[in-house]
Design a protein around this ligand. Structure first.
Ligand SMILES: [Fe+2]
Ligand SMILES: [Fe+2]
Length: 184
């Protein structure tokens, strides 16, 4: 994400992430399903971006907003939505790309994320602004944490094998034998 400014306030940063994944979900809709490698790359890239984004929100942004606005409901709903998104991301990470539900799962994730983003941008973020949070300070902490998370994430080139599949994860039983890990 091109960002020349060294000071990006928290909400602008989160919205940039939202725009980025929304574009990716739209791009996915245009991708030929037969291009399994491109589909897999795009899906894994969105999953990585979403994991970093939700971690930044959960570790830094949400706690600050929670303390600043008096609205348990909005914060609880967001937490539940993150949990559901996390489950879908995990499913995608462990699915074979020829699983009949693979693309559908990603589409559902997109619908879910869109709904969640709408609530953040239309309700939570305006409330956070009204509460007078120090968004620049939060943005600085988030930028720093983002760099750590990005450094810890598997490099995309390493995570994908030449067919664009994520390397089988050892925690799956029989992961070395691809024929035994298909289907969920
Ligand atoms: Fe969120
Ligand atoms: Fe968000």
């Amino acid at each position: 994400m091109a960002n020349r400014s060294t000071r990006v306030e928290a909400i602008d940063m989160l919205k940039q992430d939202h725009d980025k994944v929304e574009k990716a979900f739209k791009a996915f809709a245009q991708l030929a399903r037969e291009d399994a490698e491109a589909c897999r790359d795009l899906i894994m890239s969105v999953c990585e971006d979403l994991k970093i984004h939700t971690t930044l929100e959960e570790e830094i942004f949400y706690p600050a907003v929670h303390d600043a606005i008096d609205d348990e409901e909005i914060m609880n709903e967001a937490a539940v939505e993150h949990e559901t998104a996390r489950m879908l991301i995990e499913q995608l990470e462990n699915m074979q790309e020829d699983d009949p539900n693979y693309h559908a799962t990603f589409k559902v994730l997109g619908e879910y994320v869109r709904h969640h983003v709408g609530e953040e941008e239309n309700a939570m973020f305006p409330a956070a602004r009204r509460a007078g949070l120090d968004l620049e300070a939060l943005g600085a902490r988030m930028r720093e944490r983002r760099q750590e998370l990005a450094a810890a994430a598997p490099a995309r080139g390493e995570a994908l094998n030449p067919r664009g599949q994520v390397a089988a994860k050892p925690r799956q039983t029989g992961a070395a034998d691809r024929s035994s890990v298909r289907g969920r």
